[in-house]
Design a protein around this ligand. Structure first.
Ligand code: COA
Ligand code: MG
Length: 293
């Protein structure tokens, strides 16, 4: 089971951060050639990122976020494309044609590099009202789609919502749920917004747990400290693991006895509950098998 809980953004022009990134234990590293990079540093940034992708692989997958402008984005993709690249993050996606164009370009690049067709995946960032409305079609755009990311800052800007100190966790509920459902409709991972606060971890932890309840499988992170916090928020708790084991044991026992439905701790248990319990144990196992951070 491939976990994609933490997506660590690393500015493409910061050699020190690029060098540290593979040692930090993130599930996915996103080398950033978009927002985090002043345009004067573009050429140097592409070179640094290309080098990072050539370096031996650690435990993290390696993605590159390219420019939102389709032409500039393809230039970025060509500059960093090489074996070792696991995927692209496309910002500000609002229509399917963007994916189709990128899909075709990647196919040609893969052929040129002797790579398996479709091996370089795409995470599309949903960051506008138009993007949100097109999210189900974007998720279905091509087989190389791996997931959808909810980009909250640009989304609220597009909606005309100003940041305030009174932000509640519910104000983006519809948009986040819509992204999670669109991703799930194609079996993709939904990746939730970054939390800019990195000195204290409580806001991130609460937001990540909420994201998980909404159906997200991961979250963007911007600082090393945030990685373990996100992994913890997305890992099943000991109590959930015990409950899942009890459900599966009792269900198997009931099946042997020829019973269809049963109860565990006063709650009715049937097939979807058993399937969820199995999924939870798979996730717990995958979370445990990784190196300690
Ligand atoms: N990736 C890899 N390493 C990182 C990192 C990142 N995103 N953020 C910080 N680090 C490293 C620093 O280099 C530092 O290591 P060092 O002391 O061994 O050199 C260590 O982690 C601690 O960093 P700290 O001093 O606490 O933070 P900072 O002031 O250096 O950086 C930010 C703070 C926010 C500027 C930085 O975390 C950052 O640029 N994050 C990514 C932002 C981004 O990509 N935004 C756009 C996408 S949303
Ligand atoms: Mg952005």
């Amino acid at each position: 089971m491939q976990l994609m809980r933490s997506w660590l953004f690393v500015p493409g022009n910061r050699p020190r951060m690029i060098q540290k990134a593979p040692t930090l234990g993130a599930d996915v590293i996103v080398y950033d050639l978009e927002d985090a990079l002043p345009s004067a540093e573009k050429a140097a940034g592409r070179g640094l990122v290309a080098e990072a992708i050539e370096a031996p692989r650690g435990r993290s997958l390696r993605y590159v976020r390219v420019e939102a402008d389709p032409e500039a984005g393809l230039e970025d993709a060509r500059a960093v494309f090489r074996p070792g690249l696991d995927g692209l993050v496309l910002p500000k996606v609002s229509e399917v044609s963007r994916l189709q164009q990128t899909d075709a370009a990647l196919e040609a690049l893969e052929a040129g590099a002797g790579m398996e067709p479709g091996s370089v995946r795409i995470l599309a960032m949903i960051e506008s009202a138009r993007g949100l409305l097109a999210a189900p079609a974007i998720a279905a755009a091509c087989p190389r789609m791996v997931g959808l990311f909810f980009g909250a800052e640009d989304f609220t800007l597009d909606l005309g919502v100003f940041a305030s100190d009174e932000e509640g966790p519910d104000e983006m509920l519809y948009a986040r749920s819509a992204v999670a459902v669109a991703a799930a409709s194609r079996g993709l991972v939904a990746v939730d917004r970054i939390v800019p606060e990195f000195q204290t971890l409580e806001p991130l932890s609460a937001d990540a747990k909420r994201a998980r309840r909404l159906g997200f499988g991961g979250k963007g992170v911007i600082h090393p400290r945030q990685i373990a916090c996100v992994h913890q928020a997305f890992a099943p708790s000991e109590k959930q693991i015990q409950q899942a084991r009890a459900v599966i044991d009792r269900f198997e026992q009931a099946q042997r006895e020829g019973l269809g439905t049963l109860q565990v701790d006063g709650k009715m248990v049937d097939w979807p509950i058993v399937e969820k319990a199995k999924g939870l144990l798979r996730m717990a196992e995958a979370s445990e098998s990784e190196e300690p951070e």
